[in-house]
Design a protein around this ligand. Structure first.
Ligand code: BES
Ligand code: MN
Ligand code: ZN
Length: 503
């Protein structure tokens, strides 16, 4: 969908549909709504007096203007209570309007900036939220549907964001641009997550990311198994050895154009990209195994964030490291009891071949040190345990560096992607002690997410580091404001906000 920005009055827009809004409990139309109400000879006031529309967040009501306005249709969208309103509410309202426009089969519509007039809300941020909500809300995964072509054609081709205040135009334009890039990359991550494992092999993931990178001018490098062996990435290769598909270590690097490169901060994002996790010899139960095509969600998110940083030409040196392979059982597969050696020389006894995420991340975290980064953040669908602790909407952040943790929590707030701090509780380190190697890869059921993080910490040496466990947030079971069942792309937008904080 194309995004246009325009200064003017929404009631004067020549569109198939104009979108205005209303706070919950508001009984007298104000602002743009008032102007539209007057043009409609009080029709909106009548509805409010009758109590037929409460302004609940995401509720919509459609009017026909019957020639009194240039636009034939007016959509009022509820913003919820004013005291609860923020960027996330603007996103949700915009998503609801976009979905309604799609249902109506509308080709082009215009919207005001929800929250644009709210005191304390940044105009750029509000415009970003409106564009993000619209694009995220319209997302569908149709690649394998026979009727995809027709259904795709049903969505609106363009939206015009209309701002009345000339002084805010630069902010609105900039915010809309960021929102378009952020949501576009989150949707790319969703596509990659939803793509079945027989299509999205490690090589195919590398091919697609390389193609995206080339288009944007991001440097892409892909290491295969031979190069990984030369690097001593024994932990990563051990996971890959059971599969017919070759492991790929995908490296995306954004160096800003037109900026002196010398003293820019380097931020490395590491993303787990197991294109399918059967559990290996420690095989998973059959019921929900199909969903393990989402086990590359961390890789998708870090790729999306770095590609977005490049699209915005952020003055930061941003690197995505994406170790990718399948985790399969076979006659060549890694076995419980085996010992493997990571790039930093540390040895690991394999207790469960299903704890493969930490094995591939171990080598990638070692590799990250070569960039001399100001921060490294790994993102992984690492443990089922994080879902037991935090549920399906909140991801865990493990970080002992106060500055990096604060940046991540701020980014989380701005993106509306919830994070909660989890402890790197040192005494639990002994739970992965073993007689035969430097550590083992599983320490039992209790505190599983913390143990996974403590394992990774062994390889995150020499730089400030954070680990995000997104195992329970990468996938949603239910449709909601702007999620559709399936991959969420969780953390793509949050990571972009993190990169912006360094820019
Ligand atoms: N990819 C899984 C984690 C996961 C579970 C993601 C559920 C999404 C939904 C990971 O590789 C895994 O299997 N983790 C094990 C670790 C254990 C063997 C130490 C787990 O959480 O059970
Ligand atoms: Mn696993
Ligand atoms: Zn996994």
């Amino acid at each position: 969908m194309d995004i246009h920005i325009k200064q003017g009055l929404i009631q004067q827009e020549e569109s198939d549909l104009i979108v205005v809004n209303l706070f919950q409990g508001e009984t007298v139309p104000a602002g743009a709504l008032k102007a539209v109400d007057q043009a409609l000879d009080g029709l909106i006031s009548t509805m409010l007096e009758a109590g037929d529309f409460k302004g609940k967040l995401g509720d919509t009501h459609l009017f026909y203007s019957r020639g009194v306005l240039p636009a034939p249709r007016v959509l009022v969208v509820g913003l919820g209570p004013q005291e609860e309103f923020g960027l996330e509410q603007a996103r949700r309202a915009a998503a609801a309007a976009a979905r309604r426009a799609r249902e109506l089969g509308i080709a082009q519509y215009s919207t005001i900036v929800h929250g644009g007039g709210v005191a304390g809300l940044d105009a750029a941020r509000a415009a970003q939220a409106v564009v993000e909500g619209s694009l995220l809300g319209l997302y569908r995964f149709m690649s394998h549907k026979r009727d995809a072509a027709q259904e795709e054609a049903g969505g609106p081709a363009a939206v015009t964001v209309v701002e009345v205040d000339a002084a805010k135009m630069d902010a609105v334009r900039e915010g809309a641009r960021v929102g378009q890039v952020a949501a576009g990359m989150a949707n790319l991550a969703r596509d990659l997550i939803n793509e079945p494992g027989n299509y999205l092999t490690p090589r195919e993931l590398a091919r697609r990311l390389r193609a995206e990178a080339e288009q944007i001018g991001v440097q892409a490098e892909v290491l295969g198994e031979e190069e990984l062996a030369a690097l001593g990435a024994g932990s990563f290769l051990a996971v890959a050895q059971g599969s017919e598909e070759e492991a790929q270590f995908i490296i995306l690097e954004h160096r800003p154009q037109g900026v002196e490169g010398g003293d820019l901060p380097t931020v490395v994002l590491v993303g787990k990209a197991i294109t399918f996790d059967t559990g290996g010899i420690s095989i998973k139960p059959a019921e929900a195994m199909w969903q393990m095509k989402d086990d590359m969600g961390g890789g998708a998110a870090v790729a999306g964030a770095v590609l977005a940083a490049a699209r915005l030409n952020l003055p930061v040196h941003a690197v995505a490291l994406i170790p990718s392979c399948d985790n399969m059982p076979s006659g060549k597969a890694l076995k419980p009891g085996d010992v493997v050696r990571a790039m930093n020389g540390k040895t690991v006894e394999i207790i469960s071949t299903d704890a493969e995420g930490r094995q591939v991340l171990a080598d990638a975290l070692c590799y990250a040190a070569r960039y001399d980064p100001v921060a490294v953040v790994d993102v992984a669908t690492l443990t089922g345990s994080i879902g037991l602790a935090l549920g399906r909407q909140v991801a865990g952040v493990f970080c002992d560096d106060a500055d990096l943790r604060d940046r991540l929590l701020k980014a989380s707030e701005l993106a509306g992607e919830a994070l909660w701090p989890m402890p790197l509780h040192k005494p639990y380190r002994k739970l992965i002690d073993t007689d035969v190697a430097d550590m083992k890869n599983s320490g039992g059921r209790y505190g599983g997410a913390i143990i996974g993080a403590l394992f990774l910490q062994e390889f995150a040496e020499g730089y400030p580091w954070a680990h995000l466990d997104i195992a329970s947030t990468v996938w949603q079971e239910e449709n909601s404001a702007f999620a559709v069942r399936g991959g969420t792309g969780f953390s793509t937008r949050l990571l972009l906000e993190l990169l912006r904080s360094y820019a």
